[in-house]
Design a protein around this ligand. Structure first.
Ligand code: 6PG
Length: 243
């Protein structure tokens, strides 16, 4: 399916639109399937979205105990480290909403990446939807790095991965290097993938990803192409200047 691209004035407007989208998807999915499976992203861009969801009016429009939270990737540091993706979501969202703790499926980031990746495979299996060994996520939130990475799929990493999770070592903007990531196998079975990207630093790479040739090795965000789901880019005007 062709990506849908929506451009907003700034991160604040974008986050409001993302919160509306989140609430609508949750309501429709819960009405159909009785639950809503979501994979969150790390990075700085989704933080205002998480903060909006934690407050009225959005908070009151969501049936929180029907949501199950997973992560597209995690940084292998303690679960109360400010660099930890689960911790970011806890501080900006979970601490303010009535979601049962057993609906939060964090990646065990205190383990070595290989072990954490294996453990996460087991967690995903519990929610598997045939013919896959993992759930079909109703919503996947992803970011994009200035270098074209997404989740913890970095330029130069193997493209033809056959496992649902991978252990990764990567240095990017002084963020923790040991990581665990879902792979395109899982992302591409999602019902909906939403990328959030802002800032002029991302403009050139974004144009290559969306309008350039297909170079999945160099531009991992291009590896994300849901086979039977939609893909939506929410970006700001600064990131859109080269489109
Ligand atoms: C992470 C991410 C990563 C992030 C991008 C964009 O854990 O670091 O999941 O893929 O989304 O690096 O980060 P920003 O939103 O900070 O630009």
């Amino acid at each position: 399916m062709e990506p849908k691209i929506h451009v907003y004035k700034d991160l604040q407007e974008l986050s409001l639109a993302a919160a509306d989208l989140f609430v609508d998807k949750a309501a429709h999915t819960i009405a159909t399937y009785g639950r809503f499976l979501i994979a969150l992203s790390g990075g700085s861009t989704p933080k205002p979205l998480y903060e909006l969801l934690a407050q009225a009016p959005f908070r009151d429009r969501i049936d929180w105990d029907k949501l199950h939270f997973f992560w597209g990737d995690e940084r292998c540091v303690s679960h109360d480290d400010s660099e930890n993706n689960y911790f970011q979501a806890k501080q900006s969202l979970f601490d303010y909403i009535p979601v049962p703790e057993y609906n939060i499926h964090r990646i065990i980031s205190e383990l070595e990446p290989e072990d954490a990746a294996k453990d996460y495979v087991r967690v995903l299996k519990d929610f598997a939807q045939s013919p896959y060994d993992w759930p079909r996520f109703d919503l996947v939130l992803l970011g994009m790095g200035d270098d074209g990475h997404t989740a913890s799929l970095f330029p130069g990493s193997p493209v033809d991965v056959t496992s649902p999770t991978v252990a990764v070592t990567a240095n990017y903007q002084d963020r923790p290097a040991k990581r665990v990531s879902l792979t395109p196998l899982v992302f591409n079975t999602a019902r909906c993938v939403v990328f959030l990207a802002v800032g002029k630093e991302k403009a050139e790479t974004l144009a290559k990803i969306l309008n350039g040739e297909y170079h999945p090795q160099l531009l991992p965000a291009q590896r994300i192409r849901p086979t039977d789901g939609e893909i939506i880019w929410l970006i700001d005007e600064a990131a859109a200047v080269k489109l």
